[in-house]
Design a protein around this ligand. Sequence first.
Ligand code: GLN
Length: 283
Amino acid sequence: MSESNRRTFLKSVGGTGVALTVAGCLGGGGDGDGSTTTGTTGDGTTGDTTTTEDVTTITPGTASGFPPFEFVNESGDLVGFDIDLLSAVVEQTDGYELGSWEDLEFNQLIVALQNDNIDVVAAAMTINEERDQTIDFTDPYYDANQAVLVREGGSFQPESTDDLADHPVGAQSGTTGKDQMDALVEEGTISSSQANTYENYVLAVQDLANGNIDAVIVDTPVAETFVANRDVVISFTIETGEQYGFGVRENDDELQSALNEGLQAVQDNGTYAELTEEWFASE
Ligand code: GLN
């Protein structure tokens, strides 16, 4: 908890690139892809086991452009809270190790999971009924609502969804923010031609800053990150009570339980708190 501990920790987790490199190198170490092995180690209590036998390499998938959960930094590396969290969680499991990340579009992640192109989704994905019908989720690991972003210092400062009437709005394809935008169209607050869909939220916020649209609907923690880095502000929020989970294939119960246990372990050992401090600190 001391300052120096935190610094040491930040140094170690700051090396996400290192973790990725290591994971990449281990790619050939598994004995045959898809051979799921039954974990036989009796105690999962010490983090010091170095056994590399019978380890299944899983391919994680994400969709960058969603800071601070997953984005490409100035050096071109895929980084973020989800990247570090999933790595820490998988490290806590006995039978799994992470392979290289696949960076896809958000609305392709579920299909990629179903097609076995990836084995786990770590993309700030909200657990909801519709998705739960096709994939499974781990226990929730982060809470969010929706925020409405507008230009900083602009004359348009809506206070409710009604105030968005007849203004061009934007959201990322396939998201819960897009669901909110669709609802505005359904209720007739905006026309369908005023509902703009983007491949990712970085592009949506760029269009907002450029004046092409007047508002972006996006998850609150991501909105706060854009506020810190762009000339935009949160005008108001919509309480949606969302929770993010890691996604796995429906029949992948073993992986699902392993990830749930790993999540519990990183919450218990302080890693989760350290990661939130690193990626969500207000300054
Ligand atoms: N949480 C939102 C959703 O699940 C947005 C996720 C994202 O854009 N990565 O739809």
